[in-house]
Design a protein around this ligand. Structure first.
Ligand code: PGA
Length: 249
């Protein structure tokens, strides 16, 4: 169902103690908003985070997962392992996974299928690079990313999908897409999904914006009709900033 979501992607930041501290700061002051609030700490800290947040309104999600059920994949984490510690949602396709760990659309499609097969929710990330936007290819790039990883799914799978449009040029750069650029792309994404499936599915999917969202720009970005929230990197590591962004929803 389409809901408002603010999610913090902590990436490779915060050790065990720092994770506990930040979670305490966030959960202690969480405003009462009509939105799902999620945090994605590092793998090693997930189990503790789940325990610490038990009974709170914050859910813990994973930054990644492998597509195989189990086996000889040194260093990887399966859907089953996540589920066994109480995590039912994984971010898949973050641009840093694509760029630094060479995760292709084909690999991501397998991860999505694997997560859905285990009844997990997928927060699927995608977005164009700077040169692609500059050369006017951003709509085509985004359409292909969606098509390659998601459009073979059954219509029924879409209720377990959350989308996060994250233009690569805006991630960690301090440069944000303007609210108008975000709205324009989110509307295009909905239109593309309506074309591939139908408008009911397109209307129901939550589409988050990610890329240098901060307290100063969150409210304006979130006010756009097709923006259902945000995936927050840097600003999610500072409790007051993340809480201000949650308030903005
Ligand atoms: P940022 O990261 O907010 O630091 O730009 C967003 C993300 O990578 O999800």
């Amino acid at each position: 169902m389409r809901s408002k979501i603010v999610a913090g992607n902590w990436k490779m930041n915060k050790n065990a103690m720092e994770t506990a501290t930040l979670l305490k700061e966030i959960s202690g002051k969480l405003p009462n908003v009509k939105a799902e609030v999620m945090v994605a700490p590092a793998f090693v800290n997930l189990a503790e985070a789940v325990k610490q947040l038990k009974g709170s309104r914050i859910s813990v999600i994973a930054q990644n997962m492998h597509f195989a059920e189990s086996g000889a994949f040194t260093g990887e984490i399966s859907a089953d392992m996540l589920l066994s510690i109480g995590i039912d949602t994984a971010i898949i396709g973050h641009s840093e996974r694509r760029a630094f760990f060479h995760e292709t659309d084909e690999i991501l499609a397998k991860k999505v299928v694997a997560a859905l097969a285990k009844k997990m929710r997928v927060m699927f990330c995608f977005g164009e690079e700077l040169n692609e936007r500059k050369s006017g290819q951003h709509f085509t790039v985004v359409k292909n990313q969606l098509k390659n990883a998601l459009f073979s799914l059954d219509a029924s799978a879409w209720k377990h999908i959350i989308l996060a449009y994250e233009p690569v040029w805006a991630i960690g750069t301090g440069e944000t897409a303007s609210p108008e650029q975000a709205q324009e792309m989110h509307a295009f994404i909905r239109k593309t999904i309506a074309g591939a499936y139908n408008s009911a599915i397109a209307d129901e999917v939550s589409i988050l914006y990610g890329g240098s969202v901060k307290p100063s720009n969150a409210a304006e970005i979130f006010s756009k009709p097709d923006v259902d929230g945000g995936l927050i990197g840097g600003a999610s590591l500072v409790a007051d900033d993340f809480l201000a962004i949650v308030k903005a929803i």
